[in-house]
Design a protein around this ligand. Sequence first.
Ligand code: DI6
Ligand code: FE
Length: 403
Amino acid sequence: MSDVADVLYVNARLATLVDGYGVIEDGAVAVRDGRIAWVGQRAGAPRAAAIHDCDGRWLTPGLVDCHTHIVYAGNRSDEWEARLNGSSYEDIARAGGGIMSTVRATRAASEDDLLRASLPRIRALLAEGVTTLEIKSGYGLDVDSEAKMLRVARRVGELLPVTVHTTFLGAHALPPEYAGRAEAYVEMLCAEMLPALAAQGLVDAVDAFCERIGFSHDQTARVFDAARRLGLPVKLHAEQLSDQQGAALVARYGGLSADHLEWLSPEGVAAMAQAGTVAVLLPGAYYFLRETRMPPLAALREAGVPLAVATDCNPGTSPMTSLLLAMNMACTLWRLTPLEALRGVTVHAARALGLVDAGTLEAGKRADFALWDIARPADLAYAIGANPCRGVVHAGVWRDRLS
Ligand code: DI6
Ligand code: FE
């Protein structure tokens, strides 16, 4: 490399994640124009205008949370408390609670209020080394409210040191004004809502909740057809509570990911493997709902399906703002190895977003990385409630850990 780098990070122990952990001792990373220009042992490093000493700390790719519903208004701890005091989920839903209470609060909030409500949650994620974040809509369920949610998601990416990917999840729940008219809602979503939001540049991918309490296999296929007409990639909440053959459906559309997957069938595994669809594991929802059926991890591994791990941050089923905790849960509850968990929040999470320039420390990728006070990479999944992140570089810009 002939050019002089902007900054050379030295005296780091690198987990590049290129192959396994991809460890490089006495490592250095050169950054130029917001990208990684060079990675290797310090002895071979290029010249740089500035040197940043990492004091022997571990340096990993910036973490990627590839499945969140983190933009919403209101709070559902009251419902959670009522459930723990004996109310049933059905009682709460009949009283207008559940997803609909978040839809009401999100519709009622101004764009600025929605942003203000969401920022503390997002800051908590970023404080733990997250540099790329997916944010879904799905609590607006009409054109204006979905647009408001997605604009807030875009603003998050402008205000904070994080790259935001937006996902349209209009097929999350049936809004009250369409009660008993699911077909008409799906028709409107495909013909009007999605094209309008896509035309405003607010949609990077399209998702649906394919479930008995959500949308059917056929309705989901229609949403995917609409996405395809607009050239947008698809992903799916699949097989969380029952087997709807959603994973096979999203694989048929060449989908980026199928997420949850507790009820995934052998046919679903095979379809995902063939299509290269990533399995996004969401242990926070499994934990919070006290589910007992685990995703078929042995079959997924055997088929070579990439495993990602995400928070699913949402007010109903996973009020979690810690990707490190999601890693710990994936290991503790589902026996992922710490290496699988770390690859799940870096390489494979980037792939679940269709991203080619994040997820590893390699020349040419965006200069997104995190610096950690840990003895070894497994500590990231091991500790519960600790935050060993000391700083983050996003798009080449260093910041001490957000607090
Ligand atoms: N799966 C879920 O479990 C949540 N959404 C989804 O697609 C529920 C979201 C909520 O209760 O607010
Ligand atoms: Fe979700």
